[in-house]
Design a protein around this ligand. Sequence first.
Ligand code: FES
Ligand SMILES: [Fe+2]
Length: 383
Amino acid sequence: MSSGSDTRELDSLIKELLVLAKGPLAKARVLPRQVYLSEEFLAREEERIFHQEWLCAGREDDIPEVGDFITYQIGRQPIIVVRLSNQSIHAMANVCRHRMMRLVEGRGNAKRFACPYHGWTYRIDGQLISAPHMECTAGFDKKQVTLPTIRCESWGGWIYVTLNSKSESVADRLHALEPVVAKYRMERYVGIFSEDREWNTNWKLLCENFMEGYHLPVAHRSTVGNNFPVQDTIFDSRGAFDGFTYQCFTKPNDLLIGVAHPRNRKLRGDWRRRSVMPTVFPSHMYVLAPDHLWYLSVQPKGPSEVSIRYGVALAPEVFKHHPDVKSFIDEIQELLGRVQEEDRILVEAILKGAQAPLARRGPLSWLEREIHEFIQYLARQLV
Ligand code: FES
Ligand SMILES: [Fe+2]
């Protein structure tokens, strides 16, 4: 139960958030440190953001065959996302309708889902089909028992899920992003890797770190820093959007990773060397390059712990026609692994910084415009 002083602290943080969100970029500042530490602030985020918004559970090609499934968690709600026999993607609660056991973990292929506790068994669309020894239970009718459906939509090859039955569709929310990413045809990209990780930081510190390119030449100088000429960062001239933000980088000519394959004849001019980095609010972030993409989908586990779904996919022409695709995959995984490790060290250390009693926050640079837009997003959701 929150005390009076906790409530007062939450109110004052929300007030401060509103002031920051209303100011212009030239006066933008970092969020107060307590926003990254407070249990009450996190409870508000869970209620107003993670139980309301579209979250990315993975990619459509994670589950290409009938019965292929992945599990995911929306806040405190475990879910199953499964490919049905009509090829559609279905999401449902991963909680047995008998005594609320979790049905399945991880990912795989299933003909049906059998509860490991007493063996109640569901079709892959969630309909209960058998329940041992329930014949003497008055009024029990297995036809009336299904796993609750979770709203699920695909967009650009991504699978989004939400507990909110009323919000606008993903396509509506992201329609202004569509022309930016459409030229890459990312829905065709072939997944090569996906896994879940946990880091010791606040979810917003990880998102803010991903959004800004300002740190790239310094913090990633031994990996990808030189590939991103941050002084030439391209922002959208249309201004800020409610559901997402993004930036673009055009890379130097002579790179082996991050440029279009010769067989890619759709991308032209600078777009053959350009990467787009969208953040779909609240926490789906990806780097979309002409030859590959990688992504993070992030959720808080506590104020100082974050769950991350991390994956990599290749453009199909790279997958099919690279002279040595296996080495290319190894190389890209190794490189991105090192970049991730650099980021993990940063965002875990920033949390330690925010916990320090003498921590003082500063102003944002023009290269951190997306953080300012993120602050505006948080204010729209939380105030
Ligand atoms: S809890 Fe699933 S069968 Fe009993
Ligand atoms: Fe980084």
